[in-house]
Design a protein around this ligand. Structure first.
Ligand SMILES: O=P(O)(O)OC[C@H]1O[C@H](O[C@H]2O[C@H](CO)[C@@H](O)[C@H](O)[C@H]2O)[C@H](O)[C@@H](O)[C@@H]1O
Length: 209
């Protein structure tokens, strides 16, 4: 974690009367580990798990991702650079250390999702995921916006990956009435953009002055 980020997030949370949440594809425990000792309201695994501002945990019902393993494990066994990350409600096939396998990963995931119902494919940075259908970063933000201290506020969602597009779509919808900020290059439906993660941190530091 860059120095000062946790301090800036703490100050931002305070300035926003608590209305600051992390929305991620990672499991909650991973995000808590990165941000320790800070424990923010957070949605993990693209919205499958969610911790509200009052600390309440919600785990949405999801199909068993283990059903997908027979379609993916043989490929991973043949290519040691590939990594299968099994999460609750999502399964990520990482090819960062074997970029030449991208096409094979997409094919294997497509086949898996043709055979097994209840999942949709999600592209990310050097990763392709199967995640529970009907659950997304957008649905997670919508759930936060029903609750204190988010209800009645204007949501601003910042993200740098393809997986964040569902969040941008919801905050910028008529219901959300907010703003999406895409970080870095690449096509996006977000209405605003910042050049880099460093630019986001600089903006947070400026707001907190
Ligand atoms: O929603 P995010 O917070 O952007 O998380 C998306 C995925 O993050 C993790 O994968 C990413 O980081 C890996 C290194 O830690 C990197 O190798 C990979 O290419 C990135 O996509 C995480 O492992 C995934 O489960 C998340 O969905």
């Amino acid at each position: 974690m860059p120095p000062d980020l946790i301090t800036h997030l703490q100050r931002l949370q305070h300035a926003a009367d608590g209305a600051l949440a992390i929305v991620t594809g990672r499991p909650l425990e991973e995000i808590d580990h990165f941000l320790a000792p800070l424990r923010l309201p957070a949605a993990g695994v693209h919205g499958v798990e969610r911790r509200s501002a009052d600390g309440r945990l919600t785990y949405l019902p999801v199909p068993a991702v283990e059903r997908l393993l027979p379609y993916l494990s043989p490929l991973v066994s043949r290519h040691p650079g590939l990594l299968l990350e099994v999460k609750r409600g999502a399964l990520a096939l990482h090819y960062r250390r074997a970029p030449e396998c991208e096409h094979a990963c997409l094919l294997a995931m497509t086949e898996a999702l043709l055979q097994e119902q209840g999942f949709v494919m999600l592209r990310g940075k050097m990763v392709v995921e199967a995640k529970a259908a009907d659950i997304s970063k957008g649905s997670a933000i919508a759930a936060f916006m029903q609750e204190a201290p988010f209800a009645g506020r204007r949501p601003v969602f910042i993200g740098d990956d393809i997986t964040d597009e569902a969040g941008f779509a919801w905050v910028q919808s008529a219901q959300g009435g907010g703003l999406g900020i895409k970080v870095g290059p690449g096509d996006s439906q977000a209405h605003a953009r910042l050049a880099s993660a460093a630019a986001v941190r600089a903006m947070l530091a400026l707001i907190m002055q």
